[in-house]
Design a protein around this ligand. Structure first.
Ligand code: ADP
Length: 165
């Protein structure tokens, strides 16, 4: 069975991520979408909440599993017996860091290959950061987020703004 991992922060999952998930799921027997926990970064959603949002957004893909992990991706891949890491590339600006990570991951776990999927041109501008920014100003998020999670993101933004006032 060919298993691949698609790691990221997914805070929250966007239509850009979902496009990569759909295309990668068609290439492998199983795709594990893994929320990588970065304890230094406080997100809009907790890792457990991000997993729940990802599960809602990917429920229609039978070979997609959602998980979260702390620590090194190379070690996580070994534990899950996955030999491929999938990454989405939006622009040249993503390239340098992603290649560096791919080389390091292969040093730590020889045989772990990283495969890059070019972002769909519709989503090259899209990032979780941009979506959060737009949510803050009350923009319609339907074009940027899976429809199953739009209400969750609007609700959380409202809670965060009320907490500040
Ligand atoms: P973000 O930059 O949106 O916070 P993540 O850290 O969650 O993204 O990214 C996880 C992976 O998804 C990375 O490989 C990133 O390049 C990719 N990715 C993010 N947004 C898009 C998009 N709009 N199109 C294609 N790939 C994307």
């Amino acid at each position: 069975m060919k298993t691949a991992i698609y790691p990221g922060s997914f805070d929250p999952v966007t239509l850009g991520h979902l496009n990569i998930i759909k295309r990668a799921a068609a290439c492998f027997d199983r795709l594990i979408v893994c929320v990588m926990i970065n304890s230094k970064k406080q997100g809009m959603f907790t890792p457990e909440e991000r997993v729940e949002l990802l599960k809602k957004a990917t429920a229609r893909f039978p070979n997609v599993e959602v998980d979260y992990s702390e620590g090194l991706l190379a070690a996580y891949a070994k534990r899950r017996r996955a030999h491929v890491v999938v990454k989405g590339l939006r622009a040249v600006s993503d390239f340098e860091q992603e290649v560096q990570m791919a080389v390091i991951n292969r040093k730590l776990n020889p045989g772990l290959e990283t495969m890059f999927l070019a972002s769909s041109e519709k989503y090259t501008y899209l990032s979780s950061t941009i979506v959060k920014e737009m949510a803050r100003y009350g923009a319609d998020l339907g074009e940027f987020l899976p429809r199953e999670i739009v209400d969750d993101v609007n609700r959380r933004m409202q809670e965060l703004q009320e907490r500040k006032d």
